[in-house]
Design a protein around this ligand. Structure first.
Ligand code: SF4
Length: 346
């Protein structure tokens, strides 16, 4: 088949190819760019609150869904967690929150600025486009204004969350009311125009079709052609527990690996494909490195969002264990910073 024919009808046929044929295609692209390195970082996830004004059906994290333990971290708790993680070597804080209607606008920027003042060499990756859109709706601020406030208070890059699946008929069923595809892409486009980097995700394995996935990947490719600001694409596997989405059929390991491989093949302009171990499990994330992925994310330390949905990621992973597992899989573990500069290989 001709992968230069970018119609969805054509590209969805990639799923009909044999897994190993697809894997070979994806692996040779990843080898050309990254040889046999697997990137990881030492990071700390901080989720300040699970109280949410939105009602995404796939979500197990929000206290408004099936997880009846609402919390709001105090500034002191956030700083305390950040300090202990920093002292253990974390150089990225990945800060993502539910859309808490109780927080005043300045709350977010005060946290970022305080963290940046205290830990000057930390990389702050914070605020999904869905959170930016929430602040826009709640406080009647323009996207430009919010993104400028993020930059001014020390946010270095944006995570890729909130993209889910771009097709409106799917969003209507799984995350009605949250940022739509057009605005998710617009927010990242503005952020990129400010000279900043971000990631892009795709939540798959729920009610979406293969065509929806291809459409989603192509939308990322189109924006990347214009803005060149995405560092990594992250296909996130839907976690099935503790939520209100009625999913009958889950993807097999083969389909998961095909989705990773297809992501690599269809995104020649995005440098990194991340197999996020917190959603795939470490073993499948390592196998994914043979099918186009070149990154596995990091140590995380505390993981609240995927683990609420059943993932075995609550306590993160020890750096030495991660290194040893990557080596055991036949790859070179490379510690990277948040922008994919290499720090050390093992
Ligand atoms: S996915 Fe995010 S926005 Fe949606 S309900 Fe969960 S926490 Fe709220």
């Amino acid at each position: 088949m001709d992968i230069n024919d970018l119609s969805i009808d054509n590209l969805v046929k990639l799923y009909d190819l044999d897994l190993f044929e697809l894997g070979d295609m994806a692996h040779s692209i990843r080898e050309d760019i990254h040889s046999n390195k697997v990137y990881f970082n030492v990071n700390r996830h901080i989720n300040p609150s699970n109280i949410c004004a939105d009602i995404c059906k796939f979500c197990a994290f929000s206290s408004h869904r099936k997880n009846p333990n609402p919390y709001e971290m105090t500034k002191e708790e956030i700083l305390g967690d950040a300090a202990s993680a920093y002292n253990r070597g974390a150089r990225e804080f990945h800060i993502v929150s539910a859309h808490n209607p109780n927080y005043p606008y300045a709350w977010y920027f005060d946290i970022f600025k305080t963290l940046k003042d205290k830990f000057s060499d930390i990389h702050i990756k914070a605020m999904t486009a869905a959170e930016v859109d929430f602040l826009h709706r709640r406080f009647n601020k323009s996207y430009e204004n919010i993104l400028q406030d993020m930059q001014d208070s020390g946010v270095d890059s944006m995570p890729g969350g909130g993209a889910e699946i771009f097709a409106s008929e799917v969003r209507e069923k799984i995350c009605k009311g949250k940022v739509d595809a057009q605005n998710w892409l617009k927010i990242h486009s503005i952020w990129h125009s400010m000279g900043k980097k971000s990631n892009a995700t795709m939540l798959f394995g729920h009610i979406e079709s293969k065509e929806h996935r291809i459409h989603h990947i192509l939308e990322i490719r189109k924006l990347q052609d214009k803005s060149d600001g995405f560092n990594a694409f992250i296909p996130l596997l839907y976690q099935r527990q503790n939520n209100f989405l009625n999913v009958k059929k889950f993807p097999s390991g083969i389909e998961i690996l095909k989705t990773i491989a297809i992501s690599r093949i269809l995104l020649p302009n995005v440098p990194n494909i991340k197999a996020y171990w917190a959603t795939l499990g470490l073993n499948l994330a390592l196998v994914s490195q043979e099918f186009g992925a070149n990154d596995i994310d990091g140590t995380i330390e505390i993981e609240n969002i995927q683990s609420a949905g059943g993932a075995n990621s609550k306590r993160g992973i020890n750096k030495d264990e991660l290194i040893s597992q990557i080596k055991d899989a036949g790859f070179i573990p490379v510690l990277r910073d948040s922008l994919y500069n290499e720090i050390e290989s093992y």
